[in-house]
Design a binder for this molecule. Structure first.
Ligand code: FES
Length: 101
């Protein structure tokens, strides 16, 4: 059984300039978990400033902070590095906004 991942997208003042709402939507789709809820695999929500504003946008996964998280593969990277067994969507399924990522 996979350990539950605690994923938090920073929505502090500086990271908010980088559209954390869109980052959250990508993670919700990828991990099939709505924000503010938890499954056995993922607990997903927003959080306040991590203190690393200049390295944002930041996503905190358990004890690790992912800096500069505005990349196309952030959900896949989190999944790969945390050993999830969740079936992932293809990047084409995410309907990404090219101007964001
Ligand atoms: S606002 Fe996100 S780390 Fe400070």
């Amino acid at each position: 059984m996979t350990k539950q991942k605690n994923i938090r997208v920073c929505c502090g003042r500086n990271c908010s300039r980088e559209n954390p709402e869109r980052l959250m939507e990508i993670l919700e789709e990828h991990f099939k978990t709505p924000r503010g809820t938890a499954t056995p695999e993922v607990d997903l929500d927003f959080r306040s400033c991590t203190g690393y504003c200049e390295l944002g946008p930041n996503i905190v996964v358990d004890e690790k902070i992912y800096h500069h998280s505005k990349t196309k593969d952030i959900a896949e990277r989190i999944e790969k590095e945390t050993g999830s067994t969740i079936t992932k969507l293809s990047i084409d399924d995410l309907h990404l906004d090219e101007d964001l990522l």
